[in-house]
Design a binder for this molecule. Structure first.
Ligand code: ZN
Length: 337
């Protein structure tokens, strides 16, 4: 926590939840509890087999319950039937927007989805018409997390099929004041960095996003600092994995060590980003899924080759790109020609 956040305007504190201001602000937020976030929403499509099939293919779920004449929809699709798509729903209630405006106005401008819970009461079947209501269920007191200080907002959606409650979906987000300075302090050698202005300058706005470093991936970023690309290896079954995870997807063991990648690989797939524009990036540029010689794949940038010359199968070599004084990233240099 640095001086600028401590001195921020409405809602400002040093992360303690007990200050008078924080309590007063939480009371304003709590007034939204029970307010509707969506009333009488309607699924844009009836529950249908094509959407079920696409979902199962994307998830790699071959459960026979989801195909054939007596198919049901995978329970975890519950939210999919309520989604508004790019055009959205027209019946969105304003309480949600009002709550977010209040949080934004107090400096809690960043948002991250933290978790969701679902409860299934009856299966959804092709032909079911889905309706839903959503309510702002709770707004937490001020909490300080590694990302920053803010409030957790839980929204509960009741999903009905032909009028009968089929399931409940709770969705929790954290609206927070970004703790960019904390991330800086985590970078060795930058402890003396002066606190940034609370008002983002044009330069600050154009900085590349910082990685979220946590206990599950700290070792990876420690490796990057030492110019090593470290792959996790399960010590029980020897399976390699990337990105870093707390456990093994093959045998569920939580025990692991690391192997250092040789640094050679090939482009397994790629996209060229044209849109949307983002100030920290200069489109068009290629984002590649690189298959390392060790067999795992990682998403990264390709250097040394124009974006329109990146190809599947292109041989690449690891290098470390100093993006700015607080960020170094593993990237891959393509061999031109
Ligand atoms: Zn394993």
């Amino acid at each position: 926590m640095t001086a600028d956040t401590a001195g921020a305007a409405a809602g400002g504190d040093r992360g303690a939840s007990g200050t008078e201001e924080a309590v007063r602000f939480h009371a304003l937020l709590k007034a939204f509890e029970g307010a509707p976030a969506a009333i009488g929403g309607r699924g844009k499509d009836l529950v249908n087999e094509p959407m079920i099939r696409h979902w199962c293919e994307a998830m790699g779920d071959n459960n026979p319950s989801y195909s054939g004449p007596a198919a049901i929809a995978p329970p975890t699709m519950l939210q999919a039937w309520t989604m508004g798509g790019l055009s959205g729903h027209t019946d969105r209630a304003s309480a949600h927007d009002d709550l977010f405006a209040l949080l934004d106005g107090a400096g809690f401008t960043a948002v991250v989805a933290t978790d969701s819970e679902q409860e299934y009461l009856r299966p959804l079947r092709p032909g079911d018409a889905v309706t839903f209501d959503a309510v702002i269920e709770s707004v937490s007191p001020r909490k300080t997390t590694k990302l920053g200080t803010g409030h957790f907002v839980t929204t509960r959606m009741d999903v009905r099929a032909d009028g009968a409650l089929a399931g409940t979906h709770r969705f929790r987000i954290l609206k927070y004041r970004p703790a960019a300075q904390q991330a800086q302090q985590a970078q060795p050698g930058s402890a003396a960095r002066p606190a940034q202005s609370a008002r983002p300058s044009a330069q600050a706005a154009a900085r590349r996003p910082r990685p979220v470093v946590n206990r599950d991936n700290q070792g990876f970023w420690d490796g990057v600092r030492d110019h090593k690309l470290l792959i996790q290896r399960c010590t029980a079954c020897r399976a390699l994995r990337f990105p870093w995870l707390p456990g093994c997807n093959t045998c569920a063991s939580p025990d692991w060590d690391t192997v250092e990648a040789s640094g050679t690989g090939t482009v397994f797939s790629y996209v060229v980003m044209h849109h949307p524009p983002f100030p920290a990036f200069d489109p068009p540029y290629a984002v590649a899924l690189v298959e390392l010689a060790e067999g795992v794949r990682m998403v990264s940038n390709i250097t040394g080759v124009p974006y329109d010359k990146v190809r599947i199968g292109l041989p690449v070599q690891l290098e470390f790109l100093r993006v700015d004084d607080g960020l170094e990233l593993p990237v891959f240099r393509g061999s031109a020609g």
